[in-house]
Design a protein around this ligand. Structure first.
Ligand SMILES: [Zn+2]
Length: 99
């Protein structure tokens, strides 16, 4: 899972999880895959590419809503960042305690 985008298998899982509907308005038209935490080089460095390209970071959204995705998903993005930061901190503590 080192490709810097959602692989096909992940897209299929996201599509199924969202029941083929926009996660915001329920539309089944013009659906697109969106990264809740943006797929940037910096975020891939901070959280790891595996997390960024995971289905947990995926959101199925219609094209009109995609343009407003940053606002629509603000709270979700915040919650996921908190969850991932906690995971990363626990991993760091584990490594420190082992050393
Ligand atoms: Zn929509």
């Amino acid at each position: 899972m080192d490709k810097p985008y959602f692989i096909k298998e992940t897209k299929i899982e996201i599509y199924k999880d969202f029941d083929g509907k926009c996660g915001h308005c329920g539309s089944t038209q013009a659906l697109e895959f969106h990264h809740i935490i943006p797929n940037t080089i910096l975020n891939r460095k901070i959280y790891g590419n595996e997390r960024i390209q995971s289905k947990e970071n995926g959101f199925l959204i219609c094209k009109p809503d995609h343009e407003k995705a940053n606002i629509i998903l603000k709270e979700k993005r915040k919650a996921l960042k908190q969850k991932w930061n906690a995971q990363i901190n626990r991993q760091r503590e584990k490594i420190l305690l082992q050393g």
